[in-house]
Each structure stands twice: as C-alpha cells, then as structure tokens.
Design a protein around this ligand. Structure first.
Ligand code: SF4
Length: 701
C-alpha cells in the first residue's frame, strides 16, 4: 500500500501542486497535482526531481553551539539570553533577523511577531528583498497596498502578453508551459519579450526587443506618451479611479523618438510596432520579474508599466493587467505577514500610526516597531560597522546570494553573535554560526505558502522529522517564550499559528481592507490540514471567490483611487574605461538559488554542470577569450572565475552569469562577490542586472 500526500513545490513562485507518493519501502516519488489551479498536473524539471533532493546527506540534525552538539534547551536558552542581553545593553535595533522566501507563512508570522511586536524593532528583512521588493514598492505607490491585481488565467486569456525582464521559460517554467499551450491553441495571441538577452523565452516571441539594460523606464514612458494620443486611452477610468495622470504624462512626453531610440537601444520601427500592438490590443497582460525588480530604477520600472495599464483601464479584468511574477515559493506569503523591514502584518503600513496601534492591539504586545527597519543591504552594512551585534539568519545563504558577498561574509564573521537555522551542516554561511539550529526541510515541515497569484496552498509533511530537527516557527516561538513572552508564543502547532495570522487579516476590518484570507482559514487543525488551495481575499462581508482587483477601481489609497507616478529616466550606463562591460546575473533552468538542494540531483546538474559567462563573439575576440576557456570577471568589489560560453544570444558589451554556484564548488565561483551593493532608492532592492565589470582570460601562474 502506498500513500499519497498533496503538497506544494518549494522552489519558484508559480507554486505548483505536487503529489508525493510514499511506497511501503519508503521510496518517495512525485508527480504534478492535476487538481491544483496553478499547474493542473504539470511540473518542471526542478519540481520533477524533488524526490532526488530529500536524502539526509549533509543535513544538520542536532543543535550546535560553537560546532559542538548541544541540547535544544541549552541552545535556545543561549539564543534568548544573548538577544535579551544585547537588547538590554544596546537597544532593540542592535539585533536583527535575516529570513527567507523559503520560509513558510507560519515561520514568517512568528518571526515578525517576535521582532516587530515584542523586541520592538523592524530589523527583520528577507532575501525576498533581492527578489521582488521593487514590485512591492511599486504596488504600494500605485495601488496604496501591495496587491497583485490578476491571476494566472489572465495570461492565457490575453491577446497580447508582454514579458519584460522575465526568462519565463527557465525561471517560471510551468507558467511558460501554460502560455505556450495557450498560444498554440490560439495562434492569434501575440507575445513580446523585452530582454537584453535572446533567452529561451525569446524563442516564442512574435517580437523580441533586445533593450539596453535599464532601458525599460524610458520604453514604458514612451508607450504612455503614445497611448495618450490614441483611442486606447480610457478617460473614464482615469477620471473615476486615478490621480496624477497629467504629471505622469508630462514626464513621459519629454522624450521624443530619438531619445527613446537612444535610451532603449531599439530601432524606431520596433518601438512603433510595440506601441501599436499595445494600443490596438485590449486584452494585454504585462508580466515582469527580476529584470525589472533587480534594478536601481526597479520601482520606477514597475510604476512605468502600471501607468500604461491604468491609462487604458486594462487592469483587474479578464486577460488584462500588470503582473509581477515572484521568484520564491513564499515571497508572497512573507509579504502577507509583513515580512519586510518596511511592512506590517496583514498589509498594514508601518508608517501609519493607526495600523501600528491595530496590530499592537491584536498582539497585545508591550511594544511595536513604528518605523521601518534596515533593508537587506543596509542590514549587513550595520552588521559590518557594529550597529547590529546579534543576528539570526534563517533558511538562506547570504554569503553567496547577497551583493558584495565578500564584505557580507566578513561582516558575519565579525558579528559578536550569529545564529543560523538551516537544513544543511555546511553552507557558506553556516560556518560563521555560533549557534546552528537544525530546521525541517521540504516534506518534513507543515505550513502554507502563497504563490504569485495570491493563492495559498498547504505544504504538508510526509517524511519523519530527522534527528532533532524542528520547524523554524517553533524555534523562534521557543526563543520568544524564553525572552519572557510565554503566553504570546504558545503555539501547539502550525495550524494554531495560521489561525492567528488569519484572524489578524480580518481584525477590526470595516470592509475597507480586502486582505482577509477568510473565515474558513480561522478554524481547527482538521480544517487546516484539509485546506484546498484558495486565493485571497475571502472577506466575510463579500462573496467568496473574488479573484481580481481594481477592474472597477477600489484602490487602497485613502480616496480609493490609484496613483500615476511621474517616473524619471534613470542612469543606465554604469560602465567606464576600467570596467567596460555590463554584468547581468540570473538563474538557469535546472538549479535553484545557491544549489543547496537542486545540487543534490545528478539529473539536474547534468543540464549545466558548472558556472559560465555568456559573452558575445566580438567581445570574446576583443578580450582574447576562447570558448570554454576560464575567464576572470572583476569589479571594484571582487572577482569571480567562470567558463566562457561564447554566443550571439548575448548582446555586445554585456555578460550573463548565473547566481547559483558557491565557493564549495570552486574557488571564486560566487558571482555575487562581484555585484555592487547598489540599490533602488525606494525599494532597497539591489541592482543585480546592471553591474560594471571587466573580463579577461584567467592567467594561470
Ligand atoms: Fe516548482 Fe516552479 Fe517548477 Fe512549478 S514551475 S514545479 S513551482 S520550480
């Protein structure tokens, strides 16, 4: 007799349903869940290989203090006492949590409650800062809250799908499969891919715009100015549901066609073709991902896109809208519980005193953070200069994934007290842990995740908990209890954490806050266990099953209107004579983040076995790098060594290097050691796609 358990893939933000089958002999296999509305049975290569990544090889199975095995009691007492002592001596802002989009919503909820409500600091940030915080900031500016208006179905219903800064085929493969199937069934559907690289996604495009790095703001400004003179503009929607159109249009119309050609690097014919396609097609969805978010102008890019949808009223209706595709499995769930340094739980605003009071009333907490905390890059700067003296890192590997990674490693190494919760004994980050806490992995832990279309799904345990590993939420709740908040952090199970989160989403809701995840989510453990995937909002005062926002206005600014944002043309060319190439970092099809899990699958590693730099043939010739030779990439921050992959898919003057490999693979394999810690001024998201570097053949002494 075998057992089948429905759960959710732990990799990208598509959030595919997975059925794990456990045979009598303990063998696990996986298949796509045909009933899950995100994937209808599909899985990509990473999801299909999940069963190959769940062995206990390399796992940390017991708490450790300074590398020695310790009991949970001893380890948790030490964490609680060191955090309490640091706070007592240096104040609440001297401690920080750096968490992850890999955490479940329940983990995120407890982390936020402890840091913001009971420690009284907002120094909790997440690797989701590196992933989608520009979308959060853009949504907040335009809509008044961080809300994704549409659903995956809109991508299939659209007549024009624009993919900007998104290699969908490799990074959100199941959405790509749904899009490709929709286009095959309805060939009149048009696809535009906007990307400096000719990626695999570009192969499906009717029009590929090989835009200059960070040319997107100018492109969508040009589009807005074009639309304003056409019948596509929706004056009724603009007048009834928005503010600020005149200012945004005035800013956009400062650019003429020659400026647009210069700023985007695109010929006028392609610009006009793109503008006409958008103008003439009512059902337009614009999907965007890291190429938009990971930029020093990321928030303006998001708003430049949203401006065009607001101006045409093409938002929140079937087949229409701007659509942020999140990178991580639970970046969205983290946002729902306020998992960024500048957010509060349940989409309330940390800068709004009434919201702070409301959350504090709900938590009955002695304190509440009332100002934003340190965002990821600033947080590690504060670790480096000694302002942060105790740091807890959960489910992430910042020594590989943060920009200026060598400086981040040095900062963590020098921090007086570092706690790391992880599933693995040896990552580039765990080596710096004073206290290493063993966490549960996929298949062992219980909770929920929210995908890019606001759909909440259960991750269910189907494996025994190995060794003494424990859930991340439990670890933090136990530390909270030991810091003096025994009642407030008394949660018998993940179901109880979720019920409290659901109750907060509806707390003192007068009907103006549509973030209620539903009465059905505030029930008992059995209901939680059986929870089928659902989209929020599910408010009690409205009919269940709302799937889109803003088709009829109803934005979250006080006047219930959206805001056009008058964006500015950013600096885009960061090169100079010493560093004449533009580095763009990203993902490959078969690896996930720093490869701590996907690296275990020989099948996945067979796709691309080692780190590489895509380089245009002319650039390769000029710097004297032959195909497959080792090339050294340098910036003022560090160096990395990878193999040259000479291809005309790469634009001249630029390099693409994947972000996955670490120094355990080879010395100098971490490309983020090269990436500058430059951030978007609004969102704080690092600009990982436009880094000035030099490249040369590796000289072997
Ligand atoms: Fe997992 Fe994303 Fe692949 Fe779906 S598309 S199986 S969520 S990695």
């Amino acid at each position: 007799m075998s057992t089948e358990i429905k759960t959710t893939c732990p990799y990208c933000g598509v959030g595919c349903g997975v059925i794990a089958r456990i045979d009598d002999n303990g063998t696990v296999s996986v298949k796509g869940d045909a009933d899950h509305p995100a994937n209808f049975g599909r899985l990509c290569s990473k999801g299909s290989a999940l069963a190959e990544t769940i062995d206990l090889d390399g796992r940390v199975l017991h708490p450790q203090i300074n590398g020695e095995r310790a009991s949970w009691d001893k380890a948790l007492d030490l964490v609680a006492s060191r955090f309490s002592q640091t706070i007592a001596e240096h104040g609440p802002d001297s401690v920080a949590f750096y968490v992850s989009g890999q955490l479940l919503t329940e983990d995120y909820y407890i982390a936020n409650k402890l840091m913001k409500g009971f420690i009284g600091s907002a120094n909790i940030d997440t690797n989701s800062r590196l992933c989608m915080s520009s979308s959060v900031a853009g949504h907040k500016r335009a809509f008044g809250a961080d809300t994704v208006p549409g659903t995956y179905e809109d991508i299939e219903l659209a007549d024009l799908v624009i993919l900007t800064g998104s290699n969908l085929a490799w990074c959100h493969p199941v959405i790509y499969q749904r899009l490709a199937a929709a286009k095959a069934a309805r060939p009149s559907m048009k696809i535009v891919v906007i990307d400096p690289r000719r990626t695999m996604t570009a192969d499906i495009a009717d029009l590929h715009l090989a835009i200059r790095p960070d040319g997107d703001v100018a492109l969508f400004m040009g589009l807005l100015a074009h639309l304003a003179g056409t019948a596509a503009i929706d004056q009724n929607y603009i007048g009834k549901h928005t503010n600020g159109f005149a200012e945004a249009f005035a800013a956009a119309s400062t650019l003429d066609i020659a400026d647009l050609m210069e700023l985007t690097g695109l010929p006028s014919m392609q610009l006009r073709q793109f503008f006409r396609l958008f103008e003439e097609t009512e059902k337009v969805v614009t999907c965007y991902s890291q190429g938009v978010n990971q930029s020093a102008s990321g928030t303006d890019k998001v708003n430049a896109i949203v401006n065009c949808h607001l101006a045409t009223g093409r938002i929140g209706r079937p087949g229409m809208g701007p659509f942020s595709l999140t990178g991580q499995p639970n970046a969205m769930g983290g946002r729902e519980v306020g998992g960024l340094a500048n957010m509060l739980a349940a989409h309330m605003a940390i800068e709004n005193p009434e919201d702070c009071d409301r959350v504090q009333r709900f938590w009955q907490s002695p304190d509440i953070a009332r100002k934003a905390g340190l965002k990821a890059v600033d947080m590690f700067r504060a670790v480096a200069d000694g302002r942060i003296k105790a740091l807890w890192i959960m489910a992430t590997n910042p020594v590989v994934s943060m920009p200026d990674a060598d400086a981040v490693a040095a900062a963590i190494a020098a921090c007086p007290f570092v706690v790391v919760s992880d599933v693995l004994q040896e990552t580039d980050t765990t080596q710096y842990a004073h206290v290493l806490l063993p966490s549960l992995g996929w298949g062992e832990k219980d909770g929920t995740v929210t995908n890019s279309e606001r759909r909440i799904s259960r991750q269910r345990a189907f494996l025994d908990q190995p060794g003494e590993a424990k859930a991340d939420w439990w670890q933090m709740a136990e530390v909270g209890r030991r810091m003096g908040f025994a009642d407030e952090f008394s949660f018998p199970s993940a179901a109880d954490v979720f019920a409290e989160h659901a109750a907060l989403s509806a707390f003192e809701n007068d009907g103006s806050r549509d973030f209620d995840i539903g009465a059905h989510a505030r029930t008992d453990a059995a209901t939680y266990d059986a929870l089928a995937p659902f989209q929020w909002p599910q408010p009690e005062h409205a009919a269940a099953g709302i799937t889109r926002f803003f088709g009829e206005g109803g934005f979250f600014h006080a006047d219930r209107k959206a805001r056009f944002i008058a964006v500015e043309v950013p600096v885009s060319d960061r090169t100079n004579t010493d560093f004449p190439l533009t580095l763009n970092t990203g993902r490959i099809r078969d690896q996930w983040h720093t490869m701590t899990r996907t690296g275990k699958s020989a099948r996945l590693s067979a796709h691309i076995a080692e780190p590489f730099a895509e380089i245009h043939p002319r650039d390769a010739m000029e710097i004297g790098v032959a195909s497959a030779a080792l090339v050294e990439i340098e910036s003022p921050y560090g160096t990395a060594v990878v193999r040259a992959l000479v291809t005309d898919r790469q634009a001249r003057g630029s390099l693409f290097v994947p972000m996955h490999w670490n120094d355990q693979f080879a010395a100098k394999a971490r490309i983020d050691a090269v990436v500058a810690p430059l951030t978007d001024p609004v969102s704080g998201q690092p600009a990982s796609k436009n880094v000035a570097v030099s490249a040369r053949p590796l000289r072997v002494e």
